[in-house]
Write a protein that binds this ligand. Structure first.
Ligand code: PGA
Length: 244
């Protein structure tokens, strides 16, 4: 894992957008793994700004999102489909047919999971995966205890995750209890991974990732088994971290 320190959220967003654009520009066809939540929002904004300045095109980009809530339709404002359309897809020249997000209202969710991994595989795998990290160390919605061998699967969300995400919903009660997520193994099969970490509330998780052991109790630690991971962390996220 290579740690890149940046000053704040704005700089993290800029840095990651630049890293993504460099990859997009250097290839004729690229598969990006995308994340949702507060962390990558600024990065998507930077990508939209670059598109508006005509310095980047998404014509040859295919995307696979990490996860989706079970039970939320794509037009539900809290779904990750909606988030992606609003944050990125509706504002750039990506072909809608090249954007994939797990279907949280599939009739057969287990089959949806199998098909999602299959689709990634036959598309040639993910070239660059963007990740955030949960306060409990989750990546995607892989909560502590998830097998490192896991493919895309259905998860019951941790109470801490439900509480952290409640800010987007009217009532705590409205936060879905389950999600479909790419598994740890699905994530580790990406050729390159960028983990974004911003804010003091993530500093304990970052400390444990950098200085703790590799264990399924802390899903992000699986990234230590991957040869090509960049961590882009801001000063607040690094505030509890001892970096030698
Ligand atoms: P956040 O979530 O970006 O909204 O903090 C990250 C995560 O839970 O993976």
């Amino acid at each position: 894992m290579r740690l890149i320190k940046v000053k704040n959220y704005e700089d993290m967003s800029q840095k990651v957008a630049e890293m993504m654009m460099e990859k997009i520009r250097e290839s004729n066809k690229i598969n990006l793994g995308l994340a949702t939540g507060g962390t990558p929002k600024g990065t998507y904004k930077k990508l939209v700004e670059a598109y508006e300045k005509k310095t980047i095109s998404f014509q040859h980009v295919t995307t696979f999102n990490l996860d989706e809530y079970v039970g939320l339709a794509p037009n539900d404002p809290n779904s990750y489909h909606y988030y992606m359309n609003e944050s990125l897809f509706d504002h750039v020249d990506i072909q809608t047919s090249n954007t994939y997000i797990p279907n949280g209202i599939a009739e057969d969710l287990k089959e949806e999971c199998v098909q999602y991994d299959h689709l990634i595989k036959i598309s040639g795998g993910i070239d660059l995966q963007i990740l955030g990290i949960g306060q409990n160390g989750h990546i995607g919605f892989n909560e502590p205890g998830t097998s490192f061998e896991s493919g895309t699967h259905i998860v019951k969300l941790d109470e801490s995750t439900i509480n952290a995400n409640a800010r987007y919903f009217n009532r705590l009660h409205d936060v879905p209890t389950h999600a479909v997520t790419m598994g740890i193994q699905s994530i580790l099969q990406s050729k390159e991974i960028i983990l974004m970490v911003s804010g003091e509330e993530k500093s304990n998780a970052l400390q444990r990732l950098l200085n703790g052991e590799v264990t399924e109790d802390f899903p992000a630690s699986a990234l230590k088994n991957h040869p090509n991971v960049y961590i882009i962390a801001d000063e607040k996220a690094l505030s509890s971290v001892f970096v030698s």
